[in-house]
Design a protein around this ligand. Sequence first.
Ligand SMILES: Nc1ncnc2c1ncn2[C@@H]1O[C@H](COP(=O)(O)OP(=O)(O)O)[C@@H](O)[C@H]1O
Ligand SMILES: O=c1ccn([C@@H]2O[C@H](COP(=O)(O)OP(=O)(O)O)[C@@H](O)[C@H]2O)c(=O)[nH]1
Length: 237
Amino acid sequence: MRVVISIGGSVLAPNLDARRVEGHASVVETLAREGCEIGAVVGGGGVARDYIGAARDLGANEVQLDQIGIDVTRINARLLIAALGSQVDPKVPHDYEDAGDAIRRGDISVMGGVMPGQTTDAVAAALAEYVDADLLVYATSVDGVFSADPNEDDDATKFEEMTASELVDVIGDIEMNAGSSAPVDLLAAKLIERAKMRTIVLDGTDPERIEPAVLRGEHTGTDIIPEGGDEPTYWAQ
Ligand SMILES: Nc1ncnc2c1ncn2[C@@H]1O[C@H](COP(=O)(O)OP(=O)(O)O)[C@@H](O)[C@H]1O
Ligand SMILES: O=c1ccn([C@@H]2O[C@H](COP(=O)(O)OP(=O)(O)O)[C@@H](O)[C@H]2O)c(=O)[nH]1
């Protein structure tokens, strides 16, 4: 099975901790041993937001702030590469072709950000479409997509399941400033919709949750079902 896993910076590197990175690397390696072809995309986390905040105070515009964020996501990608064994492409790809070439060679590919005006959520969705992935997983800091930000609104309710167009509607109003927080960004949601990409949004704080979700579809987060798409056959057994 070919899977793209987006590891949010909030779960990979809310702060710098080698053991936490090791925990995510261990799950990725387990999935590779189970025969998965893997593209990983990592976010910027706390360090990105520290740099973005400082640069904003210095008067940088949003594109400049995005560029700083991209650089931090690429450093985080190098951290995960360092924790992965020999089967990982040592380079952080600058584009989807390089990532796709590595995955087709049988290597694990680890991307960071690629261009201003989006987040790594969109990178993961575009990579999943480009390599025709069977599944896209967002390991983020909440256990799914809610009707509103659950950290701000106690009345927010979780979607167990939703269509990509419902996802577009729910996250459409979330601001898109550099460093803003969203379980999936708007561009990612639109890419998931057009690609009819089977997607799971789950709490990846404990990376162990990723494995059963990928291998058996077992999780407590949100299933994003492509309209007109069927349940993936690999979970039929
Ligand atoms: N509708 C929503 N559903 C779930 N989380 C939301 C929603 N709106 C905003 N959020 C916020 O998005 C955060 C996840 O985004 P972010 O911090 O960028 O994670 P990541 O590091 O995975 O990109 C959650 O912790 C939550 O506070
Ligand atoms: O392709 C990308 C990826 C990231 N970013 C910038 O880098 C920041 C950190 O990336 P992301 O939000 O994906 O990290 P996370 O939310 O997972 O910590 C984003 O807010 C954007 O400002 C960007 O401009 N383009």
